[in-house]
Design a binder for this molecule. Structure first.
Ligand code: 5GP
Length: 191
C-alpha cells in the first residue's frame, strides 16, 4: 500500500536490533485517516471471506483493528496480556514471546467472545518472527473457529515469521513488506 510505504519512508525510524519505530503514526500516536485507509484496503483484500470477527493482541494492534472492524461492520476482540479481575476464568490462553519486550507472556481471550463457527480475520501492526500471529491462531483453533487470514500493517520480510506461517497455509496480506533495513535506509519488497 503506497500510502503506508511513503509514511514509513517519511516518519519511520530504524532502531538497533531490527526494530522499526512507527510510533508517530501507528502505535503510540495514531493517524486515524491513515488507519482508516489501511482498514479499507484490508476490507478490499478479504471482503469475500465472510469475516464476522476481527482478532488482535493488545496494545499496538488495537487501533487499526478497531477501524478494520468498523469497515467490516463486525466486533473486534483483542487478546489481553494480563489477567484482570474483570476477566472470568473461562478463557482461551496461549503463550507468546514478545519481540519488543523479549519476554514470554500468557495471552488470554474470554470464551464469550470467540465461538465455533466464527470466521476470524487476525489483524496486527507488525509481523516479525510470527510468535504473536501463531499465538492468535492457536486461540482461534481452541475456540473451534476458523482463521480466514491475517492482515498485517508492516511485515519485516527479513525475519522468518511470514515465510513460516505462509508455508503452513495461512493467508497473510501485509500492507508494506520490508526486505531489509539499516540506520539510514529501508528497502521495500517489490511485489
Ligand atoms: P512477532 O511475534 O511476529 O515476532 O512480532 C510481532 C509483534 O512484535 C507485533 O505485535 C509488534 O507489536 C511487535 N514488533 C515486532 N517487530 C516490531 C518492530 O520492528 N517495531 C515495533 N514497533 N513493533 C514490533
Amino acid at each position: 500500500m503506497q500510502q503506508l510505504i511513503e509514511r514509513i519512508k517519511r516518519d519511520g525510524v530504524v532502531k538497533p536490533g531490527g526494530v522499526l519505530k512507527v510510533d508517530s503514526f501507528l502505535n503510540h500516536q495514531i493517524d486515524p485517516k491513515l488507519s482508516y485507509d489501511m482498514a479499507k484496503e484490508i476490507h478490499r483484500l478479504f471482503e469475500n471471506e465472510d469475516v464476522n470477527k476481527i482478532l488482535t493482541i493488545e496494545a499496538s494492534g488495537i487501533g487499526m483493528a478497531v477501524l478494520t472492524g468498523l469497515v467490516f461492520d463486525c466486533p473486534v476482540v483483542f487478546a489481553k496480556k494480563s489477567k484482570t479481575i474483570n476477566l472470568s476464568d473461562d478463557v482461551y490462553s496461549t503463550t507468546v514471546y514478545s519481540f519488543t519486550h523479549q519476554v514470554s507472556k500468557q495471552v488470554l481471550v474470554s470464551k464469550r467472545y470467540l465461538n465455533p463457527g466464527d470466521r476470524v480475520l487476525i489483524v496486527d501492526d507488525f509481523l516479525a518472527n510470527g510468535a504473536a500471529l501463531e499465538g492468535l491462531c492457536d486461540i482461534v483453533e481452541q475456540a473451534g473457529a476458523t482463521v480466514v487470514g491475517a492482515a498485517i500493517a508492516i511485515e519485516k520480510a527479513f525475519q522468518p515469521g511470514g515465510a513460516k506461517l505462509r508455508e503452513r497455509g495461512l493467508r497473510i496480506e501485509s500492507l508494506a513488506r520490508i526486505e531489509s533495513m539499516g540506520e539510514d535506509s529501508i528497502v521495500f519488497c517489490k511485489e
